[in-house]
Design a protein around this ligand. Structure first.
Ligand code: ZN
Length: 456
């Protein structure tokens, strides 16, 4: 029987298994023995592995961190990596988020698209491939991780405990056609202390909520005489407000929020506030610090004045988002989120930025680096997946690079492939998450064909 037909015949079982799993609210919970992400996540993993065993596959459960099943023999292994943990339901549902209801050819529930739908489809795609009897020379492993939504500690555990690295594979936890580039992401925290001298003194400053969000508001309190406050309160500038208060002056700035991977779509309220403060008669280290930050970062989003503007043809410019700034009692702390192009490296930017801030009296308090991912367009993996995508959908399309990070970064030799089709609404992490049954089966078909092409 043809592979396509074999996949189709597995549809009722796939749907039943998915529905059952959607009824397990596998949101991260308190860790217990053998249940590092809580009992519901573990229950979801056990459920899928039991289904895999019932299908006759050998399975492994690696300490409740990640589990997998395998088909085939052969020295080399190719992988499909999905995850069973989900984000909380949140408000605004018109269906039971844990009901797995099917209505008008749609299946509803938290995880239908991200990532239970596609990752359970992979199990039945594997069964269909076996049914078809098509010969393969590499083993195929379907992995179900348990911690994608809150840090991907699962795959760190897998790698640290000798988990086999596939020669190639994909995660159906992104979008079609293929995401073959993901920028490197650096979250850095700088701090410094400043003296407070002069007639105008900065009491406190607060802006932003998280490093990966463009801040939409920021404000500063300054101490000064009544006369000076009256004079400065007369200042006017777009999206800035100066108010004379009991203690002196209050300055507020407004911005436009955007995701930290696309800061150019927003307006940075912290940057706007600092550019304004830089024009005021501050003194001493406060003046130096404010001037340095206004000049080095300001409202820029590509790191030019910071000395780290990088660019490549595949993924475009380095992006920089100044996410938070807090000053209290002469102590400053700030967080920057920046993302370097996929053909560049950490060493092309991070040491330069650190040196610039160190020279201005800042210390680096913390740093988190998620290395870039780049699998060239002419690699066997990307060529194979693009071929499958074109054959299965009749659509053209090119592999793409993104500024965000997907689960693909958690395991070497993996790229994101599906499950969202170009033009489809992105419903993951939102209320009424659903997947059309036709899309579910299209994914199953594509996954089966891709497994075969990678393993044959
Ligand atoms: Zn996901």
């Amino acid at each position: 029987m043809e592979l396509k037909e074999c996949v189709k015949r597995r549809e009722p079982e796939l749907l039943a298994c998915l529905q059952e799993n959607l009824r397990i609210p596998s949101v991260q919970g308190a860790p217990e023995e053998g249940k590092p992400y809580g009992s519901e996540v573990r229950r979801s993993l056990d459920h899928v592995l039991t289904a895999a065993e019932a299908l006759g596959f050998s399975t492994v459960n690696m300490d409740g961190q990640v589990g997998w099943c395998e088909y085939g023999t052969g020295e080399e292994m190719v992988a499909v990596l999905g995850h069973l943990d989900v984000v909380p339901a949140g408000d605004g549902w018109s269906f039971d988020p844990w009901g797995g209801e099917i209505r008008e050819n749609r299946i509803f529930g938290r995880g239908t698209m991200d990532d239970k739908g596609p990752s359970i489809a992979a199990l039945y795609a594997l069964a269909a491939l076996r049914d078809s009897g098509l010969p393969i020379r590499r083993r195929i492993r379907v992995l179900w991780g348990c911690n994608e939504e809150s840090g991907s500690q699962d795959m760190k555990y897998y790698l640290a405990h000798g988990g086999e690295i596939p020669v190639m594979g994909f995660t159906p936890d992104g979008e079609y056609p293929v995401i073959n580039g993901e920028k490197g992401i650096i979250n850095v925290t700088y701090g410094r202390e400043m003296d407070r001298v002069g007639d105008l003194q900065l009491i406190s400053l607060h802006g932003g909520t998280a490093p990966n969000v463009v801040p939409s508001s920021a404000c500063a309190k300054l101490a000064c005489s009544k006369e000076l406050a009256q004079r400065l309160a007369a200042l006017q500038a777009p999206k800035l407000r100066f108010t004379a208060t009991q203690y002196g002056l209050f300055v507020e700035s407004e911005g436009v929020s955007a995701h930290g991977s696309t800061p150019e779509l927003g307006e940075n309220a912290i940057g706007r506030l600092l550019l304004a403060l830089d024009t005021l008669p501050l003194e001493g280290q406060t003046r130096e610090t404010i001037h340095f930050l206004a000049e080095t970062l300001g409202m820029e989003t590509d790191g030019t004045s910071a000395g780290i503007s990088l660019c490549d043809e595949v993924s475009g410019k380095l992006t920089l988002n100044w996410g938070t700034l807090n000053i209290e009692n002469g102590k400053l702390q700030m967080k920057i989120n920046y993302r370097y192009p996929v053909t560049k490296a950490y060493d092309d930017c991070a040491p330069l930025l650190d040196a610039k801030f160190a020279a201005a009296g800042f210390t680096k308090a913390a740093e988190l680096h998620k290395a870039k991912l780049y699998v060239p367009e002419d690699s066997e993996l990307v060529r194979t997946l693009m071929k499958v995508y074109r054959e299965q959908t009749g659509l053209e399309g090119k592999p793409k690079s993104i500024g965000g990070g997907t689960y693909a970064k958690s395991l070497p030799n993996i790229v994101a492939f599906g499950p969202i089709f170009p033009g489809d609404e992105i419903r993951e992490h939102k209320p009424d998450e659903f997947l059309e049954l036709s899309r579910l089966m299209e994914n199953a078909q594509i996954i089966a064909a891709a497994m075969y092409e990678m393993a044959k």
